[in-house]
Design a protein around this ligand. Structure first.
Ligand code: GAL
Length: 353
C-alpha cells in the first residue's frame, strides 16, 4: 500500500543508511534497513486490533554496527557455525574467519549483516523491497562471485515473506537466513516461555560444547526438542538434558519432516494465548535453527526505547540448511554450482485466534 523512506543514520565512512517502512492495507507495518537488510520493526495486530512491535532491534545505527546479536539481519554467506572455520570443496581447502570461540559464525567478520545493500522499492497492494549485493570471490574466505537478491514482501494476508535468490560463477557453499528475534506479546514484554510453539520437525542436531553438530540426526521423540504437538517454549527448556544445558536453552537445528520442498509449506506456528497473536511459518528450507535468545545479555546495547536485553525474552526461528553441513556428508546439501540457482523462501504470516 505504501513505502516510506527515512534517513536512519550515517556510517563512519559517510554512507547513508535508510529505513524503509512498508505498510499494507490492514495497517501492518515493517521497517527495513538497507544496512544488513535488517528487519528493525514489525507492528502486527492483537485480537483487539492493537498494533505492537513484535521484534527485537535498536533505536540507532551504532547499535546495529557494534551490537552482537545479529538483530533482524540477513545472514550470509553461512547461517550458523562452521567448525574451526574450515572446509574442503572439490579438493580445495578453505579457511574462514574465526569469530565465535574456535568457530566461524554467521558469515564471519563482515558478513551480509554488515553490508549496505542496493534497494529497489516496489509499491503496490503488497509492497516489496528488493535488496541486492554482489559478494566478490574470496569474500570472508568463500569462493565464487555471488550475485544475491533478497526480496522482502508484505502481503495482504499479513505475511512477511523473504525470498533469497543467488547465483555463483564458481562452485561454492551457501546457507542464507534472517536473524529476527520475535516475541508475539511485544518485544519488550518479558519471557518467551509462555508462547506456544509447533514445529514439523522429527529430528534435531545434538551439538558439542562449542555448538557444532556432532553429526548425529537424533529423533525428537521423548526429548525436549519434540514440538510436533504444540507446547509452551518454557515447558521443557529447563529439563535435565545435556544439549539444553550446554547451550543454555534451545539453540539447535531442527530438521523438517521430509527435508526441503519445492514449494513452501507450513512448518511451524507460534501462538501467544494472551494477545491472541499467531505467527505461522512457511518455507521450502529443510531446517530451522530454534534459538531461545540465551545470549541476550549485552547491557551496552539496550533495545528500542531503552528496554534492556534479557535472556529468553525473544526467540529466533531461522530457516536454513544444517549448520556445519560443509563438514558432514550426511547433512543437507549446501553446494551451489555455476548455472544453478539458489532459491529459498520463508514467510512469517500473522493472524489472531
Ligand atoms: C544464533 C545462534 C546462537 C548465537 C546467535 C547470535 O543463530 O544459533 O548460538 O550465536 O545466533 O548471538
Amino acid at each position: 500500500m505504501s513505502i516510506q523512506r527515512q534517513l536512519f543514520g550515517t556510517l563512519t565512512d559517510g554512507r547513508k543508511v535508510y529505513a524503509y517502512t512498508l505498510r499494507n492495507e490492514n495497517g501492518m507495518t515493517v521497517k527495513i534497513l538497507n544496512y544488513g537488510g535488517v528487519l528493525a520493526e514489525l507492528r502486527v495486530p492483537d485480537r483487539n486490533g492493537c498494533m505492537t512491535d513484535v521484534i527485537g532491534g535498536y533505536d540507532c545505527l551504532d547499535s546495529y554496527v557494534r551490537g552482537d546479536g545479529y538483530q533482524g539481519a540477513l545472514i550470509g554467506r553461512w547461517g550458523n557455525r562452521i567448525a574451526r572455520g574450515a572446509f574442503t570443496l572439490e579438493g580445495k581447502a578453505y579457511s574462514l574467519f574465526i569469530n565465535n570461540g574456535v568457530n566461524h559464525l554467521h558469515g564471519g567478520e563482515y558478513g551480509f549483516n554488515t553490508k549496505l545493500w542496493d534497494v529497489t522499492e516496489i509499491d503496490g497492494d503488497e509492497p516489496s523491497l528488493v535488496l541486492h549485493i554482489l559478494s566478490p570471490d574470496g569474500d570472508e574466505g568463500y569462493p565464487g562471485n555471488l550475485d544475491l537478491t533478497v526480496t522482502y514482501q508484505l502481503t495482504a494476508q499479513n505475511g512477511l515473506s523473504i525470498r533469497y535468490v543467488a547465483t555463483t560463477d564458481q562452485t561454492t557453499v551457501l546457507n542464507l537466513t534472517n536473524h529476527t528475534y520475535f516475541n508475539l506479546r511485544g518485544y519488550a514484554s518479558g519471557s518467551v516461555h509462555p508462547l506456544i510453539l509447533w514445529l514439523d520437525a522429527d529430528t534435531y542436531l545434538p551439538t558439542d560444547d562449542t555448538l557444532i553438530p556432532t553429526g548425529e540426526l537424533r529423533s525428537v521423540e521423548g526429548t525436549p526438542f519434540d514440538f510436533r504437538t504444540p507446547k509452551t517454549v518454557g515447558q521443557d527448556i529447563g529439563a535435565d538434558d545435556v544439549d539444553l544445558k550446554q547451550a543454555g536453552g534451545y539453540d539447535h537445528c531442527l530438521n523438517f519432516r521430509g527435508g526441503a520442498t519445492q514449494e513452501p509449506v507450513k512448518r511451524g506456528e507460534l501462538y501467544d494465548p494472551e494477545s491472541g497473536r499467531v505467527m505461522e511459518l512457511f518455507t521450502n528450507q529443510p531446517c530451522v535453527q530454534f534459538y531461545s535468545g540465551n545470549f541476550l545479555t549485552n547491557k551496552e546495547f539496550p533495545f528500542k526505547g531503552g528496554y534492556g536485553q534479557a535472556p529468553q525474552t525473544l526467540l529466533c526461528l531461522e530457516t536454513q540448511h544444517m549448520p556445519d553441513s560443509v563438514n558432514h556428508e550426511n547433512f543437507t546439501n549446501c553446494v551451489l554450482k555455476p548455472g544453478e540457482v539458489y532459491d529459498f523462501f520463508t514467510e512469517y504470516r500473522f493472524s489472531v485466534k
